[in-house]
Each structure stands twice: as C-alpha cells, then as structure tokens.
Design a protein around this ligand. Structure first.
Ligand code: SF4
Length: 236
C-alpha cells in the first residue's frame, strides 16, 4: 500500500473513523488524488502573460543588461529574439552567430536567409508571423556550442518567452538546441521526424539551416519536419 495512503488511514483510525466510503478505499483512486496534489506547478505554459508584448519587451530589456553567465563578456549585442507575440510556431536555435551578434537580431546571416525561405516559400508565412530566438541570447565565442551551464543560466528567459507567446509548436533547429531543450544527447538524425514535448508544447526537431547549407541532401527530411510543424500549427 502507498505509504502516504497508509499514514492517512492510520490518522483517520486514530481520529475514530472506522468506516470509509468504498471510493476512498480504492488505492488507485487515492494514489491518483495524491499524485494530482503533488503535481509540479512549474509548467512554464501554466500562467500565460496578461500582456505578451509588454512581457517580451521586459525580457529583452533584462537580457540587454544580463551578466548571469560569461557570454556577456564577449558579446557586442544581446539577441533576445523577434517575431509575433501571437506566433503559433516558435523556431529555436542554439545561439547567435557573428551576424546576429553584430545586428542584435536572430538568424540574419546566410543560415537566416535559408530559414526565411523555409518560412516564406515553404510555409507560406511571413517571418513576422512566427517567433525566432535561441536558447542563449549572447554569442558563444567562435560560434561554439553553448555549455549546459550557459543554457541553464539563460533558460529562464526562454521559459518566459514561451509562456508569453504560448506557441502551438516549437521547431528546434539543429542538434545543440534540440539537446538543450529535450535534455538528450541522441543524434539529431534520430530525433528529427517525430514529435517530442517541452513542458507540454510539441517540439519538432529538425536540421539547423547552417547544416542544410553544407548538406543540401538534408533539405528533403527537413521539409518533412516543417510539414509536421505546419500540421500541428494549423490543427486548431
Ligand atoms: Fe545572460 Fe543569457 Fe547572455 Fe548569459 S547568454 S549573459 S544568461 S542573456
């Protein structure tokens, strides 16, 4: 018997309660109620922001002054992300590159141009209809992969962005972003092509646009992933 249930029954017996309704004696039902009470309340989508635009502006302002990890020492500009506050689709990369660090905007280099093509030509949406950001908001020197410590230091900003926007689906771009989001180290080739979940929000991992530039043969499976993204985004 569940120890919590056992303790509860002992307390009731000590209080003089001898007969219990059958439903209360159903261990499964009691366990379910215990589990429900103990469920974590940290779901980042549980409390949507009342004013998403104001929240996103506040996050950008806080990011611009953030020194929570060492990436603040080498950045030129912070890159909080940009797009629609009502975006159904959120693209998340691993971190800003050199062009993004210079401009303060996400995905603006050659890889960004390819992502623009995926959004406009493939998805038939405008760039401003989706939200584009990265796991970390400051450029890792030499475009190295962000460390788990850096990702964790920056994670609260990403969680707040997700809570403010509440997208229908996340498309994680590349192995690093997918690994950081889903806490796994499986190869991206094994992760793509199927839906995962981040705090209840569907995640479709796919290849990073920079990889697509080097490996055009990956464009076909990427397009299959993007079709999954659109299917979920348009479902409701
Ligand atoms: Fe702050 Fe994130 Fe930049 Fe680190 S990467 S300094 S946590 S904004």
């Amino acid at each position: 018997m569940n120890p919590v249930l056992r303790r509860s029954l002992r307390s009731l017996a000590a209080a003089g309660v001898r007969r219990l309704p059958r439903a209360l004696l159903d261990a499964q039902a009691v366990n379910a109620r215990i589990a429900q009470r103990a469920a974590p309340t940290t779901d980042p989508t549980a409390n949507p922001a009342a004013d998403p635009a104001a929240e996103l502006a506040a996050i950008a302002a806080e990011v611009s002054e953030c020194s929570a990890c060492s990436l603040c020492e080498t950045r030129q500009n912070t890159v909080p992300g940009e797009g629609s506050t009502n975006a159904r689709v959120m693209f998340i990369g691993e971190g800003p590159g050199a062009d993004e660090d210079r401009s303060g905007r996400p995905f603006v280099g050659r890889a960004g141009k390819l992502l623009d093509d995926i959004i406009t030509k493939g998805m038939k949406r405008r760039r401003e209809d989706v939200f584009i950001c990265n796991v970390v908001k400051c450029r890792p020197p030499g475009n190295r992969t962000p460390t788990s410590r850096e990702a964790s230091a920056c994670g609260a900003f990403l969680e707040r962005q997700l809570r403010a926007i509440a997208p229908k689906v996340i498309c994680s771009l590349g192995a690093a972003a997918t690994h950081l989001l889903l806490d796994t180290d499986r190869p991206i080739g094994k992760l793509r092509g199927r839906a995962a979940s981040w705090h209840g929000i569907p995640v479709i991992p796919t290849y990073h646009p920079a990889y697509l530039l080097r490996s055009p043969e990956a464009k076909k499976p990427c397009w299959e992933d993007i079709q999954m993204v659109m299917g979920i985004a348009d479902r409701t």
